[in-house]
Write a protein that binds this ligand. Structure first.
Ligand SMILES: Cc1cc2nc3c(=O)[nH]c(=O)nc-3n(C[C@H](O)[C@H](O)[C@H](O)COP(=O)(O)OP(=O)(O)OC[C@H]3O[C@@H](n4cnc5c(N)ncnc54)[C@H](O)[C@@H]3O)c2cc1C
Length: 835
């Protein structure tokens, strides 16, 4: 066995082999794959082989699109047929919400170049004559979609990799992975050791065991998944005899199953509620081609629904049931990218649609490893999108939920119930008593909006369709239902409007303790931050700036609020959802000479936002600090006392009103909260939530990662010119950004007013048209209550990015007139912020 390699890939399932293939394709021939048994003997061999392109995530959608393009090409390259049957795929809709989901998805699909058609029930019947169209209101079809033989695909990729010099060792188990003092990895196996620069973990159901070898708690626990294959059906055999095409893959989303032809019979795969997590402590050491006993009783309602839709399914006997492990993560998307806290250790794990995603995930991970960057935005699959909170107990609940919800309507405002309420800030109960309807980010509970006292929706309000999956609202034992999820304006719309108006006219309080926070200090702190981030680092104590960490290519990786607290002491704040991601990049970039220190403050500091025209008068009642504009201007911070509590107060906010962020020791939160509420009574202080904040941020054209800001867009395409100091000698990504600029940009960020909308605003990902040509995509959207307009932010062709340009935006299947307007439709001069 070789003793050295550039990269070692652990795991010979379809994902590991695809990673090996793509590393070799990018010119790394000195790469080795280690598989403990035979290739495909984990989950890959028994996969049903479906290749669903459908995915509401822009990044996962692109990975799937790449795979479906790659797989048919492998035969010409390797001589091995991967068994790709491009039979198309039809997803049925029996409810309006489902149809909205398909129309929303069509925007994602069209902007990434995936072909979709909408079909009438009659058109479906022509393609699938064995299906009854009772209750079907329409369908979406992917003409390029189909299924593949997973083992054949893996063998073709393996041959392609070997042809390019890669080596595969079967029956070789990795037993330990050790970081060497020189930064290399020593991979120990039962057949000998290999020293390498990079390790890529693609170990499927063994992910947590592999992670444990290097101290990583990888958030992957599999769930049982079953599919049933029937005996041959005479009608299908007759179709075959007549030379008719296969009917294709049929998905009845509202009944949570897929079905396709299989060797003259049918294959049915339900995603049921109640499927248990499995291999919680990993598979047994000798596990190979393993299946679990069938549990058909769990599938009963889905089987009955399938028999109703396709009576032929009930007319033949069951030939075989497959019950296997399918890897899951809390949100159902895979984990692809660098491991946190480790150098040159990569993860390609947690694949629940691994046959579909393998091509794209291997492709992008190979780019990341070889070039240092993926070429598409991978935030949706980044391993660092979960944190330490995602431990064993949380994963079991969350992953089972993710499995059960594969086919539920993926509402943009959905807030799932499992694994709640895990991370609560001290003022959680107070916010709850004020009517908070919570959402969850990075395990934290955050008020999304506030419902009036005793507010509850009735069964009639919920208007639940009569289908198996009708989860259009949260279900929390003992609690009234207060929101209905929708792609359209829903019941909370006007309440959010009231919050926006109230903050604009009076004063509001918001809990933003979930922010990621850290302190960077030490003799080298200022110089290090200055050469790392785009904006000039504040030189004067008390100054606050907004600054960005760019990618090697000049795209945007992270956004930080940077506050100089004291000489060589900087306080950095970034989005709560990206704590592990942002802090990992900072820590990995720190000098090794000890001149700079990093301290995580996320859970020791809370943040209360006080905003609105009356916020100064309120805060002044509680402090002897001078809060006047002269003494405490916008974009500065000070250490002040609020009553007894010493806090750091930053005069910044994300909503465009006069206001302060009060950063405080978390244990003082309730003291401060009570002081603010008591002093605020005379100003009519009221709480506001994330949804009001998002609406107000949109009116200011504020940008978000990974929507307007992403590795795919140059910082200047995203309009960050004000925050990029070209006067500085350098910052990470500067030269690449200038080179990108010299080459010319293909996108420009604009703000748009959408005309004629009555019940559904843009959400982001809608296609933008001029005539029949797609000229851009929305990145965010919603209703701006202060300006009284439906708004969208969008990336469009730069030549069109001129105020007054007329376009059209497709929202849920209807085209609306949209006009490019000047940025920051609310208060473009920032008068309120400076007031
Ligand atoms: C019933 C069922 C149906 C499915 N249908 C579909 C479908 O239609 N479409 C789809 O896209 N997906 C489907 N899936 C999911 C799909 O099977 C998986 O997502 C995919 O196979 C994952 O591939 P992988 O390479 O990540 O994992 P695996 O195939 O499990 O490969 C991991 C490999 O790593 C090896 N390994 C682990 N630890 C070590 C070690 N220490 N040393 C050496 N080797 C090690 C294992 O032996 C294993 O071979 C289905 C899954 C199930 C259960």
């Amino acid at each position: 066995m070789k003793t050295t390699a550039r990269a070692v890939v652990i795991g010979g399932g379809v994902v590991g082999v695809s990673t090996l293939y793509h590393l070799a394709k990018m010119g790394w021939s000195d790469v080795v794959l280690l598989e403990r048994k035979e290739l495909t003997s984990g989950s890959t061999w028994h996969a049903a082989g479906l290749l669903p392109l459908f995915n509401l995530s822009y990044s996962v959608g692109k990975l799937h699109q790449y795979s479906v393009g790659l797989y048919p090409s492998l035969e010409a390259e390797t001589g091995l047929h991967a068994g790709f049957s491009q039979v198309t795929n039809i997803r049925l809709a029996t409810t309006r919400d489902r149809m909205d989901e398909y129309h929303y998805y069509a925007g994602v699909a069209r902007t990434i170049g995936v072909d979709v058609n909408f079909l009438t029930p009659d058109q479906v019947k022509d393609i699938w004559p064995l299906a009854d169209m009772d209750g079907v209101i329409g369908a979406i079809q992917h003409p390029d979609d189909g299924y593949i033989q997973p083992a054949d695909l893996t063998q073709a990729l393996a041959k392609g990799a070997r042809q390019r010099g890669a080596t595969i060792y079967r029956n070789t188990t990795v037993t330990a992975i050790t970081e060497q003092p020189n930064g290399e990895w020593l991979v120990s196996t039962d057949q000998g050791d290999i020293t390498c620069e990079h390790v890529v973990s693609c170990s499927g159901n063994f992910a947590r065991a592999t992670g444990a070898m290097v101290g990583l708690d990888i958030p992957v626990i599999p769930v049982e998944h079953q599919y049933i294959v029937t005996e041959q059906h005479p009608d299908i055999m007759a179709r075959k005899k007549a030379g008719l095409p296969e009917m294709g893959v049929l998905r009845e989303s509202d009944a949570s199953y897929y079905m396709r032809e299989e060797a003259g019979g049918l294959l049915l795969g339900p995603y049921e509620v109640g499927a248990p997590a499995c291999y919680v402590d990993g598979p047994a050491a000798n596990s190979e081609y393993e299946l679990f006993p069938d549990a058909l009783e769990r599938l009963e309602p889905y089987i009955l629904a399938a028999m109703k839709r396709v009576p032929a399914f009930g007319e033949v006997g069951i030939k075989k049931v497959y019950n296997g492990a399918i890897a899951y993560t809390p949100d159902g998307s895979p984990i692809v990218g660098p491991a946190w806290g480790l150098k040159n250790f990569w993860l390609n794990e947690g694949h629940s649609f691994g046959v579909t995603a393998a091509g794209g995930a291997g492709w992008q991970l190979a780019h990341w490893i070889v070039d240092g960057e993926p070429t598409i935005d991978m935030m949706g699959v980044d391993p660092r999108r979960f944190g330490d909170y995602a431990g064993r107990g949380f994963l079991i609940e969350k992953n089972e939920e993710a499995y059960a919800k594969v086919f539920t309507v993926h509402y943009p405002d959905e807030e799932r119930e499992a694994g709640r309420a895990l991370r609560r800030t001290p003022c959680y109960d107070r916010m709850k008593a004020l009517g908070a309807v919570f959402g969850s980010v990075f395990g934290w509970e955050r008020p999304n909006w506030f419902a009036p006292e005793s507010y509850a929706l009735t069964e009639a309000d919920l208007d639940k369709p009569d289908v198996l999956l009708n989860d259009n609202h949260p279900v929390v034992a003992g609690e009234a239902v207060r929101e209905k999820w929708s792609f359209r304006r829903s019941n909370y719309f006007t309440h959010v409007g009231n919050e926006c108006r109230h903050v604009h006219e009076n004063v509001g309080i918001q809990d933003m303790s979930a922010f990621a926070k850290c302190e960077i200090s030490g003799p080298g702190a200022e110089a290090w931050l200055d050469q790392l981030l785009t904006n000039a680092v504040p030189k004067k104590v008390g100054r606050v700036t907004l600054s960005y960490l760019l990618t090697d290519k000049g795209g945007v990786r992270c956004e930080f609020t940077v506050y100089k607290m004291a000489p060589q002491r900087y306080y950095l704040v970034s989005a709560g959802a990206y704590e592990r991601h942002d802090h990992d990049y900072l820590k990995k970039a720190m000098p090794k000479d000890g001149s700079v220190s990093f301290e995580r403050l996320t859970t020791s500091m809370g943040v209360l936002v006080l905003a609105g025209p009356k916020s100064r008068a309120l805060l002044q009642k509680l402090t002897d600090a001078n809060l006047s504009n002269e003494a405490f201007p916008w974009l500065t911070g000070q250490k002040i006392s609020i009553g007894l509590a010493q806090v750091e107060v930053l005069r910044v906010n994300f909503i465009g009103e006069l206001g302060w962020e009060i950063h405080h020791p978390i244990e003082m939160q309730n003291y401060i909260f009570d002081e603010l509420m008591a002093a605020g009574a005379e100003f009519n202080i009221k709480p506001f939530g994330i949804r009001a904040m998002t609406s107000m941020a949109l009116e200011k054209s504020y940008k978000l990662i990974p929507r307007e800001l992403s590795v795919e867009y140059a910082a200047f395409e995203s309009g960050l010119d004000r925050f990029v100091s070209l006067k500085k000698p350098g910052f990470h990504g500067k030269d690449a950004l200038l080179a990108w600029q010299a080459k010319g940009f293909t996108n420009a960020l604009v703000t748009m007013e959408v005309h004629g909308v009555t019940d559904a605003d843009a959400r982001g990902s809608e296609a933008i048209y001029q005539g029949d040509e797609i000229v851009g995509r929305a990145t965010s959207g919603g209703y701006g209550w202060r300006v009284g307009k439906s708004l969208a932010l969008a990336m469009v062709r730069p030549d069109l990015a001129v105020a007054g340009t007329e376009m059209e935006i497709a929202i849920l299947g209807t085209r609306y007139r949209a006009t490019i307007i000047a940025d920051s439709p609310f208060d473009p001069d920032n008068a309120a912020l400076r007031s």
